[in-house]
Write a protein of this length. Structure first.
Length: 98
């Protein structure tokens, strides 16, 4: 299953909710303001690193770049482009988190 998260973890608890209910082997895709969670030095870095054993965690690179954070991507998080986003959606059932 592909879980798409677009809200900043500093504003909403969407990421934490997703991490608590998603099944192992799922892919989490952080887009829009959710990409802040995938940057080094923030309070969610440790949570994402701990979740890497259960989930594949991806971030939409253009959204990371648009926020000037491309050089701060947390280790183990995979950056994908729009084509990769389309591939993930085409290959998986999707759950969008609001």
């Amino acid at each position: 299953m592909l879980h798409i998260i677009n809200k900043s973890p500093l504003e909403k608890n969407t990421l934490e909710s997703c991490l608590s209910v998603a099944t192992a082997g799922s892919t989490l895709l952080l887009i829009e303001d959710a990409v802040y969670a995938a940057t080094r030095g923030n309070v969610f870095e440790a949570k994402l690193q701990a979740a890497q054993g259960r989930f594949r965690i991806c971030v939409l690179t253009p959204d990371l770049e648009a926020r000037g954070m491309a050089d701060r991507l947390t280790a183990g998080v995979t950056g994908i482009d729009y084509g990769g986003f389309v591939d993930l959606v085409a290959e998986n059932k999707c759950q969008s988190w609001l």
